[in-house]
Design a protein around this ligand. Sequence first.
Ligand code: DGP
Length: 114
Amino acid sequence: MDDCLFCKIAAGQIPSDKLYEDDMLLAFRDIDPQAPVHFLVIPKKHIASAAVLTEEDGALLGHVFAVIAKLCRELGCDESGYRVVTNIGEDGGQSVKHLHFHVLAKRSLAWPPG
Ligand code: DGP
């Protein structure tokens, strides 16, 4: 999508601190980290949010969570734990309208969130 920040990052038109990339996904560090480890995982194809996912996206989602688990092992936060969040819409706090999963780790995360 022409006017989408994360499509531009996925296409390499805007630089990012990449942790992982393949044909389907990109993982990169969040520009405004909220924890010592804070990265985003995005599909390369434009999907506006998790609200428009369908059954056909099941393989994509399985891959997202497998990549998150692999990166968390590599970053040394698999045993201490981590949080995966996807914000949807205005009340959900979604500022970039391209599906992304935040992964936060290496500090104790409060619940409920603010
Ligand atoms: P959300 O509020 O859930 O839509 O999260 C969007 C996140 O994207 C937010 O934590 C900041 C991050 N972000 C925004 N612009 C950029 C950028 O240009 N580069 C990187 N690495 N992260 C960005």
